[in-house]
Design a protein around this ligand. Structure first.
Ligand SMILES: [Zn+2]
Length: 536
């Protein structure tokens, strides 16, 4: 009997982490990602693991995105000494991604500490440090895809191309027990059909149990050709006004896709003759890794290489790794294309470029990635007249182009087509890695279209998988004790203050002191947050 516990990316899209145990108690993990997207869900990063990290002998890592890899330094810090099996490009990308994540953790903790000190509170420690991240890299073990490896007697595995980002993999796992074999497939994040640069997801024909992502389980992407046209129009708009084009982009994959398209425009002689700046040290490093890993390109990208071009280059492209170079960009008049992180405009050099250009009529702001609620990027997309950048109100006078076709995820149609390849053995399906509505929508479609048995597991739910028979077992909350760190305690104190303030206002008789919708949602948020971090 195999037991799978969904410890992350179940009922949500971040924090990917699945624990798999066989009857002999051997434990492996698939992914070890960071929970992201607001205080409440991020508090889970501080919870107990739900297993003993010293007891895990293998971690299969699907890809380098932080929501799949970002808790690896903490796992190693907490005692993991096994192997992290992943594709060679993922191992390379992790070297830069995990260090960058550690840097962010350190900066966040520092900021929190500075803020708390004024209230007489204690220091906040980062989730992990740069040193922890560096230490964790030694456990990465590059394994080429498409070959079966034995990780333990009775446990075999194979990585397959997932077509999501460079190096991304599907994990196939075989467990042998009592002369019976059970095959599990974890899709990881699946790419869409005809994605730029990398090959389409590998088709798999048989499994007993399938764990499939559902980020876009209820959506169909817009045609990519439209997005390409919109990108060119946005560039031409700024050029005609002699203003700049600002593209906030995620350092990994999205940036390389933009460079790839600009390269295509250049070879087709439709790219205006203006400088292109890649103004993000992390994106520059990631692009170098893409350049090194040509053997993972798809046919079209290979053809560009065979014609003697670098798919990510054009004559006017400038890398600006240093701060001085970055500042110089805004001192240069005239049109230019500037690609900078962060993708949601919440941090990094993009903030400087927005401060210099957002208020300028004629400039173009091109949004090519998902913008979470509350971020500066979201405010720009939502058409706010001004946004706060570095404590300053900046008017939004530039033209905002929101281009939706750049997702690196399979949409509902792609996901269903991929599931339909399981013709040799129809698996029982568990839909994970999606918001509840997206997961449920995909589950319904799989049931209706293919007649498969489908279940959407909840966070921390355990599934007992027999040979083709599944028994659900809810793990009682007390089995996973929740650790309350100092940082969490500080947060509880903060929340108590908020509640006190609201209670006071509730008691006030003044008519002006009525409770607004905003107060109600604040209270609900606080309640959820408390539930998320306090032991039951
Ligand atoms: Zn991903």
């Amino acid at each position: 009997m195999i037991k799978v516990t969904c410890l992350g990316a179940a009922g949500s899209v971040t924090g990917s982490n699945y624990l798999i145990e066989n009857s002999q108690g051997k434990k492996v993990l698939v992914d070890c990602g960071l929970f992201q997207g607001g205080k409440q869900i991020e508090s889970r990063n501080w919870h107990n693991w739900g297993f003993d990290p010293t007891q895990i002998h293998t971690l299969f890592l699907t890809h380098a995105h932080i929501d799949h890899s970002g808790r690896i330094p903490k796992l190693v810090k907490d005692g993991f000494r096994g192997k992290i099996i992943t594709s060679p490009p993922t191992a390379e990308l992790c070297q830069i991604m995990l260090l960058d994540s550690a840097h962010i953790q350190e900066m966040d903790a520092e900021w929190q500490t500075r803020k708390d000190k004024r209230k007489g509170k204690k220091e906040t420690l980062p989730l992990y440090t740069t040193k922890d991240a560096t230490q964790s890299l030694q456990y990465l073990s590059s394994t080429e895809r498409d070959q079966i490896i034995t990780v333990e007697p009775g446990i075999r595995a194979r990585l397959r191309n997932a077509g999501h980002i460079l190096g991304s993999s599907i994990v196939e796992l075989w467990f042998e027990e009592d002369n019976e074999e059970t095959k599990l497939v974890f899709s990881g994040d699946l790419g869409k059909q005809n994605q730029l640069i990398i090959k389409d997801p590998h088709e798999i024909f048989a499994a007993d149990y399938l764990f499939i992502e559902s980020t876009y389980g209820n959506r169909v992407h817009r045609p990519f050709e439209d997005s390409k046209k919109e990108l060119l129009e946005a560039i031409q708009y700024a050029l005609s006004h002699e203003e700049k084009v600002i593209i906030p982009a995620f350092a990994l994959e999205r940036t390389q896709e933009i460079l790839y398209l600009l390269g295509e425009f250049y070879r087709d002689k439709i790219l205006p003759n203006i400088p292109v700046y890649l103004d993000s040290p992390l994106a520059i490093q990631a692009t170098q890794i893409f350049r090194k890993n040509k053997k993972y390109y798809d046919e079209q990208a290979r053809a560009i290489v065979d014609q003697g071009f670098d798919p990510f280059d054009m004559p006017n492209l400038h890398f600006t790794p240093t701060t001085e170079e970055s500042i110089a960009i805004n001192e240069t008049p005239g049109s230019a294309i500037i690609i900078a992180a962060s993708g949601m405009c919440t941090a990094g050099r993009i903030k400087h470029h927005l401060k210099h250009n957002l208020w300028r009529p004629g400039a173009s702001i091109i949004i090519v990635g998902f913008q979470a609620q509350g971020t500066t990027g979201r405010k720009i997309v939502d058409g706010e007249k001004q946004v706060k950048i570095f404590r300053e109100n900046v008017a939004v006078k530039a033209k905002v182009f929101t281009i939706g076709g750049f997702s690196a995820h399979a949409d509902q149609k792609d996901l269903l087509e991929w599931v339909n390849h399981f013709t040799e053995s129809r698996p029982k399906v568990f839909v994970v890695h999606g918001e509840a509505t997206a997961s449920e929508a995909l589950a319904t479609m799989i049931r209706e279209k293919f007649g498969m048995e489908v279940h959407v597991p909840k966070w921390k739910e355990s599934l007992l998988l027999k040979a083709r028979e599944v028994v659900r077992e809810e793990v009682p909350a007390e089995v996973i004790p929740i650790e309350i760190s100092q940082a969490m305690l500080n947060k509880v104190i903060d929340l108590e203050h908020e509640i006190e303030k609201l209670k006071k206002r509730l008691k006030e008789k003044d008519e002006k002191a009525t409770i607004t919708d905003e107060d109600v949602s604040k209270l609900e948020y606080i309640q959820e947050e408390l539930q998320g971090i306090l032991p039951e």
